[in-house]
Design a protein around this ligand. Structure first.
Ligand SMILES: Nc1ncnc2c1ncn2[C@@H]1O[C@H](COP(=O)(O)OP(=O)(O)OP(=O)(O)O)[C@@H](O)[C@H]1O
Length: 375
């Protein structure tokens, strides 16, 4: 599916006029501060339930306003011959946040829904912005987030499984922090935590397997010589040769001392090694960026193979990637039939993105003072 109708109210500096997008490529250009990133941020808000730029909802609502809203209409996307007219919409999504009341309201097809995953499952949004390169350069949390985004879209039960596990972890942590050790209660939490952890690990490992196959295929196709000797490995967060419940009992004193859970899915990682050493210590900045781009494309490959269309938000990539890598990314995303939004300051040179002259169906927008004008 693709986001073809879009409207916001009180979202940063964006105008509330409705916009129609292409289910293929959308190129947005405009000067600094015109609102390009805010458009992508609002699309991301709909698919992720939060801003990919800031943690506080308060920053996103237009100055002096209390409530922001983002609406989106989805059509069948590139797998359908029908494009974009109102009658072709298959889902209507809405998210509204009242920053005073700290309340979020979600709607799918006119019905109120409680869980963000009900919205998110319809719109897999993948962001490529200057912050994305932390997937390689940053800590394990960034890589868990990267993997879990894919697991969520591959395994329908993952979202609720993860939430249950977070609840049990927090209760277990409280018990660990209690002055008097209640071993019987801890054993109850251990058991629940271990059961959920094993299910999460199974879902993550299965999805990681698919991701790794896609990544290896991609690397063979694009022939990047420096990836030879690169190893991607999933680390579940503990030594899985032993049952987690048993390991927790063995490390009781250590966990009580720190007052929180030290083993399990909250410690998982994708380990990226080149000739046995962490990539972040070995690869150049440019190589690390290319690696992240390849990993992002591989995620798209996994979902495309399942018939899901990913909406990619490419913010300010001109500053991060050279012309060759930008073209590689555009061509790959086009081949995967993804929906893509690209921002730039200058009017984009379409023949630079598609040097072979095979540009897809695209729409070009000029952004000025938060308003999109199609050209
Ligand atoms: N909460 C808000 N309410 C109203 N306006 C805001 C709010 N937050 C930011 N702005 C303004 O909205 C504009 C949008 O900024 P945005 O980051 O989307 O621009 P951009 O086109 O991506 O710029 P750049 O090319 O510099 O990255 C800026 O002028 C900013 O000052």
């Amino acid at each position: 599916m693709a986001l073809v109708k879009f409207q916001t109210e009180n979202f940063r500096n964006l105008s509330s006029a409705p916009v129609s997008f292409s289910s293929s490529f959308n190129l947005l250009y405009g000067e600094n501060g015109s609102g390009k990133t805010s458009v992508l941020e609002a699309i991301g808000y709909l698919g992720l339930g939060r801003s990919f730029r800031v943690n506080r909802h308060q920053a996103v609502v237009s100055h002096g306003e209390q409530r922001l809203t983002v609406f989106g209409g989805l059509d069948h996307g590139l797998d359908s011959r029908r494009h974009g007219s109102e009658t072709d919409l298959v889902h209507r999504l809405g998210i509204s946040r009242d920053v005073g009341q700290k309340e979020t309201m979600l709607r799918v097809d006119g019905e109120a829904v409680r869980s963000l995953s009900a919205l998110a499952k319809h719109l897999p949004v993948s962001v490529i912005d200057p912050g994305v390169f932390d997937v390689v350069a940053g800590g394990p949390g960034k890589r868990r987030q990267f993997l879990d985004w894919l697991v969520f879209h591959v395994e329908p039960s993952f979202g609720s499984l993860w939430q249950q596990c977070q609840r049990v972890t927090s209760q277990r942590n409280q018990t660990l922090r209690n002055g008097r050790l209640d071993e019987a209660l801890l054993r109850v939490w251990d058991h629940q935590y271990a059961t959920l952890s094993e299910r999460i690990t199974e879902a993550r490992a299965g999805t990681f397997g698919r991701f790794k196959l896609a990544f290896e295929k991609l690397v063979r196709e694009v022939e990047v010589p420096w990836t030879e000797g690169l190893k991607l490995e999933y680390y579940p967060g503990w030594d899985v040769s032993r049952p987690l419940a048993e390991l927790l009992v063995d490390h009781r004193d250590q966990e009580r001392k720190v007052g929180h859970t030290l083993y399990g899915p909250n410690r998982a990682d994708i380990r990226l090694k080149f000739q046995g050493r962490p990539v972040a210590e070995t690869f150049s900045r440019g190589q690390q960026k290319t690696l992240v781009i390849l990993m992002k494309i591989a995620q798209g490959m996994v979902l495309s193979a399942m018939g899901k269309q990913v909406t990619f938000l490419l913010d300010d990539i001109n500053a991060e990637l050279d012309e060759g890598h930008r073209a590689m990314l555009a061509i790959r995303l086009q081949a995967l039939r993804c929906q893509v939004f690209i921002t730039s300051i200058e009017r984009p040179m379409v023949d630079q993105l598609w040097p072979e002259g095979n540009a897809p169906d695209y729409r070009l927008f000029h952004v000025e003072h938060g308003k999109l004008t199609e050209e």
